[in-house]
Write a protein that binds this ligand. Structure first.
Ligand SMILES: [Zn+2]
Length: 255
């Protein structure tokens, strides 16, 4: 049984003192690969240091919507300058977040669109963060003249939104939120989802799955999410591992 964590911030401060042990625990749980989405122009060095040190880690590059500021064009310029040397497996994490702060909403939208054009030009998938903005993001993506590929990270949408993601040919990133006790509605939506379009992710250090909710999250918790998916779909956990890992390899072109 092997797993892939498709969205994990192992370069975050939260792992600065015990990353070696965190990686070991992940390997013990058969996590074969971790994909690390960038945050902003200042986190690229930390991100790349981790990816150079641990061969199981691959980078994504992008500007997180919560870090978009008025000078976002300069921020994007700095990140874009690193694309050829960092060889990211995707563009992320990008998107729109209207939960924390709406001050830079227009800038967030512009930055998102620009980064989607990078993905299109480089033939890379995206990892989309869409908190309180899923319909808006879907409206934008549906109007692109090109077809965007990638993952709606931390998908928490309803049936209609799920169908719009499927119609775009994109994937759902499923993390710890699916395991929260008060989230039956999401489990009901995901139960009917196409199994070939689901990838698993921790979003570590955030959103640890049940029964570790509230603790620091880490890639070794991926099987807890897998177990939850196995219950939802009524299949074996090994089947969830196989399908979700294959999906991750397909979308991120991992070997
Ligand atoms: Zn994230």
């Amino acid at each position: 049984m092997e797993w892939i964590d498709t969205h994990t911030h192992l370069f975050a401060e939260a792992f600065s003192t015990d990353l070696d042990q965190t990686i070991l625990r992940a390997k013990k749980e058969n996590i074969q690969h971790c994909i690390l989405p960038n945050i902003d122009e200042n986190s690229i060095d930390m991100l790349m240091n981790v990816c150079r040190k641990y061969s199981m880690c691959s980078p994504m590059l992008g500007l997180h919507p919560c870090e978009v500021r008025s000078h976002y064009k300069e921020q994007l310029h700095q990140i874009e300058n690193n694309l050829s040397s960092c060889k990211p497996v995707g563009i992320g994490e990008i998107g729109i977040d209207l939960y924390w702060d709406k001050q830079f909403k227009e800038e967030q939208i512009e930055a998102f669109k620009i980064q989607c054009t990078w993905a299109n030009e480089l033939h890379l998938p995206v990892s989309i963060h869409c908190r309180e903005s899923l319909d808006l993001v879907l409206d934008i993506v549906e109007r692109f003249s090109f077809s965007l590929h990638g993952v709606f990270h931390c998908f928490t949408g309803n049936q209609e939104q799920l169908e719009r993601v499927m119609a775009l040919g994109m994937y759902l990133g499923i993390g710890g939120v699916i395991s929260f006790k008060n989230n039956q509605a999401l489990r009901d939506v995901i139960q009917g989802a196409d199994r070939s379009r689901i990838v698993l992710e921790t979003d570590a250090p955030y959103l640890a799955p049940h029964p570790n909710r509230g603790k620091r999250n880490e890639p070794s918790y991926i099987p807890l999410i897998g177990r939850c998916m196995a219950e939802i779909w009524g299949i074996g956990i090994d089947e969830v591992a196989k399908q979700s890992s294959q999906n991750a390899k397909d979308i991120f072109a991992l070997h």
